[in-house]
Ligand binder design. Structure first.
Ligand SMILES: CC(C)(COP(=O)(O)OP(=O)(O)OC[C@H]1O[C@@H](n2cnc3c(N)ncnc32)[C@H](O)[C@@H]1OP(=O)(O)O)[C@@H](O)C(=O)NCCC(=O)NCCS
Length: 158
């Protein structure tokens, strides 16, 4: 795998916990046991890259981005956007028509990433997350439609 490949290949729960600890502040990073349990849960898929990963859960026609992380040395290089593109492809393949996520309102890199790929804020949960300094942060609930609009053919229908 070259560093730019985004694959569905395995990354261990320990690898994910290590990367999460380097990246996440609010909500708190997950431990390896949390990743192990999540990876065994129904409907959960992992999308991996040499420098990042994303976890997705699909239930019927709804998907949820559970988490995404890119190594701090490799952020702002388009990896997060590529991971999300693969997340959305996988969710569509699983039958989802909508993808939801929650993000801390103060997490500007993540919020901007989500807005840039078509998510919109649909709700705010007040004081939902605990920040490392003990202050509470609101969570934004965001949603993206996964339905791809049909392209006009350019030719009149027969
Ligand atoms: C959020 C995160 C996954 C983004 O990954 P990334 O690989 O750096 O993102 P990309 O390079 O694909 O950026 C795509 C777009 O997101 C936005 N963005 C990403 N990082 C940003 C930053 N530091 N500041 C502002 N906007 C940012 C920009 O709109 C960017 O587009 P641009 O480069 O054309 O300006 C990464 O910052 C990360 O791992 N953060 C810590 C973990 C985390 O907070 N996960 C989300 C939990 S909900």
């Amino acid at each position: 795998m070259t560093p730019n490949d985004v694959t569905a290949s395995d990354m261990t729960a320990d690898d994910m916990a290590h990367l999460h600890a380097l990246c996440m502040q609010t909500p708190s990073p997950w431990g390896a046991d949390g990743f192990r349990a999540t990876l065994c849960s129904p409907g959960v898929s992992a999308i991996c890259h040499a420098h990042g990963f994303a976890l997705l859960r699909t239930v019927l026609d709804e998907a949820e981005l559970l988490t995404i992380a890119v190594h701090p040395d490799h952020q702002k290089q388009g990896i997060g956007a590529r991971l999300l593109d693969r997340v959305h492809q996988a969710a569509r393949s699983n039958g989802a028509v909508t993808c939801f996520l929650e993000v801390a309102a103060g997490n500007l890199p993540a919020t901007r990433l989500y807005l840039s790929v078509g998510y919109a804020e649909i709700a705010r949960r007040t004081a939902y997350f605990m920040a490392p300094d003990g202050h509470r942060q609101d969570a934004l609930v965001m949603r993206k439609s996964l339905v791809v609009a049909a392209q006009p053919s350019g030719y009149p229908q027969q």
